[in-house]
Write a protein that binds this ligand. Structure first.
Ligand code: ZN
Length: 221
């Protein structure tokens, strides 16, 4: 039996009974702390990284943690963003990239994607980040270029988020904050984009305290 099927049986027999009250509470509704946009990569385990429970994060995942800029075209990502921001009124949006991202490797080498036409087209939403890395990354080695691309892609997708009308409206009201993270699969480290310093800095106790203040004050990042 695959591990994930055996896991359902174990969940029902061992895990669910211990958290029965939580699940009963959740059956009445949800009030997630954040819209969390991550890559589909199997090594990115959002609940484990953030140590959150069911009900805490409204999650959108796709190859490359991409947010297409807003257009009149309806897509699943756009609809999910609209629902989280306007119906659920999430106070935070996190875009979480990660190291060893196959999508970003593909974005940097689009010729390798000729047999994956949809992936190739999808990664076009990262092309501005690729252009930046090509222009600024001449003196960087392969690993450094990849890392720069992961970061630039997160920054680019944050910009795309702001083109979504409900996001723009909530930012103008000042009760939504945006966050860009990169998760390191090997070390477990998470770095967050600091717009003022234009750098990625570790998510630590100080950062978590700042985020808590944002949630209560409703300040936009
Ligand atoms: Zn990825």
């Amino acid at each position: 039996m695959p591990r994930f099927a055996a896991g359902v049986v174990r969940f029902q027999n061992e895990v669910y009974p211990e958290k029965k009250d939580l699940f009963e509470q959740l059956s009445k509704g949800q009030e997630p702390e954040a819209l969390f946009i991550a890559c589909s990569d199997s090594r990115v385990e959002t609940a484990m990284i953030t140590q959150t429970q069911p009900g805490d994060l409204f999650i959108v995942r796709n190859a490359g943690n991409i947010v297409p800029p807003h257009t009149s075209h309806t897509g699943g990502i756009t609809a999910s963003i609209e629902f989280a921001v306007a119906a659920l009124q999430v106070p935070h949006i996190v875009i979480c990239g990660h190291t060893e991202c196959g999508a970003m490797k593909g974005a940097l080498n689009p010729d390798s994607l000729d047999s994956l036409p949809h992936v190739k087209e999808w990664l076009g939403y990262s092309s501005a980040a690729v252009e930046i890395v090509k222009a600024l990354g001449e003196n960087l080695n392969e690993e450094e270029r990849m890392h720069k691309l992961l970061e630039q892609n997160v920054i680019l997708q944050l910009q795309h988020l702001k083109t979504h009308p409900k996001v723009a409206m909530r930012l103008a009201k000042g009760d939504l904050s945006l966050h860009g993270w990169v998760y390191d699969i090997k070390t477990g480290g998470v770095n967050a984009y600091d717009e003022k310093q234009d750098k990625f800095l570790p998510v630590d106790v100080r950062y978590a305290a700042e985020m808590a203040k944002l949630a209560t004050n409703g300040c936009a990042a």
